[in-house]
Design a protein. Sequence first.
Length: 361
Amino acid sequence: MDSSSETLVVSESVDKPVATEKQQHRQVRWAPIRGIPIERRLQMLAVCTWISLFFACLTLFAFMATYKFLWPVLIAYISFMFVDKAPESGGRRFDRARNWIIWRYFADYFPVQLIKEQDLDPKKNYVFGYAPHGIISIGALTNFATEATGFSEKFPGITPSLLTLTSNFRIPFYRDLIMSLGIAAVSRLSCESILSSGPGRSIVIVVGGAAESLKARPGIADLVLRKRLGFIRLAIKHGAPLVPVFSFGENELYDQLDNSKGSKVFMYQKKMQSLLGFTMPLFHARGIFNYDVGLIPFRHHISTVVGKPIPVPNLEEGQTEPTQEQVLQVQKLYIEELYFIYNKYKDVYAKDRKQELRITD
């Protein structure tokens, strides 16, 4: 898709959001100042608040550092960050934070919905394998780190921890906010700690990671799965059924610059990934006051389907790690269930797809 193409146009009138054909525009289309319902204004505010939190926390910390009388507090806080083990043990989950009203407006902006294929046994632990990654995994955040779509009502007794890069927990203040939502580090230590902490404790892993974010484009669902076996090994080792999750609409929230394999953009992004462990897609969507330029995601439905749990084989006596054969067999079932979910709902939630689901790597 050409980088100048419009991903999705959504009406900002008093009516419900209406998607029209993707078109090319030679000029920026500005949003009307009047006539937009207060609900939609609040939805936009909620999304802008979340997007700006990372920078706002860094700015606040830098501002506080300009006052010498606050230095002892900041030094104590930074020292605490280095010894704090919460990111490796499920965060500091605060249910009230997950129920803040801002998350309801955040979810309604797109809107986001959570679809359950089957009940989950609260006596078991689960490993949720979420796909696709998209640009910033908004569906994963909304459904598993907040109660905006009613996760606890749909899956009573299941306590999910959405996992993210360890580097996010080095950002002052921001780290405390995401931990209050139950977000934890995606390290092996963190995964094992959570899965061993009692019945119902589960982890949510966005499987494709940075590599998959580079493939995120409207109408396309290319998943990076073939070599991603670590989450399956964890599931087998801890006897935790593997739950496939597919989120329709995740890739439709942003457009990104052409980065076809072999291009300079692609090479720079892969270099960044090898050095830092993550990469940055060159993406764009809309702005606060326009429909064509900015970092605010497009208004597009996100429908997250939680599939049927896949039983994992039991380890034999004395066996501490699953065999490669066991891992590949569970992976095969996981991919089959993803295809089942996709084919069941694609004509409802992926009507504008350009191609069918593909496992690319």
